[in-house]
Design a protein around this ligand. Sequence first.
Ligand code: AQP
Length: 344
Amino acid sequence: MAFTPRVFSGVQPTGSLHLGNYLGAVRRFVAMQDEAPCLFCVVDLHAITVWQEPDELARATRHVTAAFLAAGIDPARSIVFNQSRVAAHAELAWIFNCVARMGWLSRMTQFKEKAGRDRENASVGLFAYPNLMAADILAYQATHVPVGEDQKQHLELARDIAQKFNFDYAERLAALGYGEEGLFPLTEPIIQGPATRVMSLRDGAKKMSKSDPSDASRINLTDDADAIAQKVRKAKTDPEPLPSDPKGLEGRPEADNLVGIYAALAGTTKETVLTEHGGAMFSAFKPALADLAVSVLAPMNDAMVRLLADEGHLHAVLAQGAERAAEIAGPVLRDAKRVVGFVA
Ligand code: AQP
């Protein structure tokens, strides 16, 4: 029996969302609502793998929830909730801590990047982060996960964990009536479009990130039109005009990034953008990009301001979402515990 299509994805409440989170993830969440039942999670358990001021964590959780809704996620159709309210995530993550191997996690590049040179001082949670992410996805037997390029390796690990669990407990799963596919699906990452890895506006070799100390490196979803125009104007570029096809972007990471952002915002491809703007200098292209960014982000910004003014509504959305999520995860976790041999 094949798994029923189901989409899961999460965003960390670690600060204000930026254009990379929007183009690489949230905007695509909105589109996926027409394709399968979806769960969208504010992953607050993940957030505390690095220190978060408690009040700021709560504020950022509301902020990400508001961004989901402002972008067009419909909480009546999709399940919107915060991770810490559904205990199945942490419970299944513990089981996966005992399935995943140290060697697998040691290869995770995100841990290496985030822990930096001071690895001894990184939290154990930061190291085990991918196991929790596997639990987030597999607690719902999610078949598809829309993410940015940076999450590809974690998705591969989730598949390895699913495969090993299904294999290690195959006999006991069969006794419960599971077929060859086991309890957990081999989830497909959905990494698509011209903006799966939006880069910093200050450095074309670095990912746009919430935790970058330079605010000028990113366009926040809450930036007003002036801030957006200023950040785009100051974005690092090279002195050459834009090429007329994407091959000409090779070796020009900053130019490639701005063209990718333009294409994603316009819902088109880099080819089409370059057909239109090939030969233009950045002095002409940047204002066009800023206008486009403002036209896409301003309505969302207005909606976020309205949503953030009604905390009661945001809390109700998260509470109802958590109830619906727990109903799906409950039977999956129950069977995972049974096959492991836990006595209930
Ligand atoms: N620069 C990016 N380009 C495209 N997609 C991106 N994503 C993040 N940055 C980019 C995607 O956004 C989703 C949510 O990410 P997250 O907040 O859960 O964690 P992250 O990937 O660690 O994002 P940040 O902004 O870099 O946060 P911090 O600085 O807190 O670590 C994911 O689907 C991610 O791929």
